[in-house]
Ligand binder design. Structure first.
Ligand SMILES: CC(C)(COP(=O)(O)OP(=O)(O)OC[C@H]1O[C@@H](n2cnc3c(N)ncnc32)[C@H](O)[C@@H]1OP(=O)(O)O)[C@@H](O)C(=O)NCCC(=O)NCCS
Length: 189
């Protein structure tokens, strides 16, 4: 079984980042990220147009957490104490001990290794703390930066799922990438 106990909220820490629950006080920085068409380009959501809409995202993170459907961390840059992104685990499958990972970084902070650092921390949490066996991601073809993040972490690209997801009204293929617990530990049993 997956140990989906998210109370108290599991804060994570890396060299440069703190991963914690997204608070209402993060709304300015979250808005900055979610309003950007480049951030939303391959995502399900359209760029938000107001802070009120960004607050709705924060409310949704809370609701999803309360019902153990998805956990979203705010990615906080320790140096400035500002939110620079989010990372989530969701789509849990209890029997197979599987979850899907997602991540977004505000454009001004791209290319500094922050997504890789945050995903590593969430992956460590998934395998070591909540007993996952498989962490996967589906990435829209063309999202090279996202594929690169997971490749740097040794996720395996398994193939293309044809017309897997409806994204902004269009059926899109998904590049399926995964990491198994045994890949992660280097243990072949
Ligand atoms: C994908 C995303 C989270 C990456 O965040 P990031 O903090 O810039 O990621 P990192 O710096 O850890 O790594 C990105 C890598 O991709 C590379 N990269 C960036 N753009 C690229 C491109 N067009 N083609 C190939 N590689 C690219 C970077 O050079 C870097 O690799 P390197 O460390 O070897 O130089 C960020 O681009 C983003 O938020 N995009 C919009 C939202 C999104 O698509 N999320 C993922 C949905 S599946």
């Amino acid at each position: 079984m997956i140990n989906r106990c998210f109370v108290p909220f599991p804060e994570l820490e890396t060299e440069r980042l703190r991963l914690r629950q997204v608070e209402k006080s993060d709304v300015e920085q979250l808005y900055e990220m979610l309003r950007d068409p480049e951030v939303a380009k391959f995502e399900y959501f359209y760029p938000v147009t107001s802070k009120a809409e960004s607050l709705e995202f924060i409310e949704r993170y809370k609701t999803e957490l309360a019902v153990n459907e998805e956990i979203t961390w705010g990615i906080i840059l320790k140096e400035t104490n500002q939110l620079i992104g989010t990372c989530c685990l969701g789509d849990f499958n209890e029997g197979a001990r599987r979850a899907e990972i997602g991540y977004d970084i505000t454009q001004g902070q791209w290319g500094k290794g922050y997504a890789t650092e945050a995903v590593q921390a969430v992956m460590d949490f998934g395998f070591n703390q909540i007993n996952l066996n498989r962490i996967e991601a589906t990435i829209t073809p063309g999202n090279h930066a996202s594929v690169k993040v997971l490749k740097k972490l040794n996720f395996i690209q398994e193939g293309i799922l044809r017309e897997r997801d409806l994204i902004k009204g269009k059926l899109e293929d998904g590049i399926i990438m995964s990491m198994l617990k045994r890949d992660y530990t280097g243990n072949s049993d």
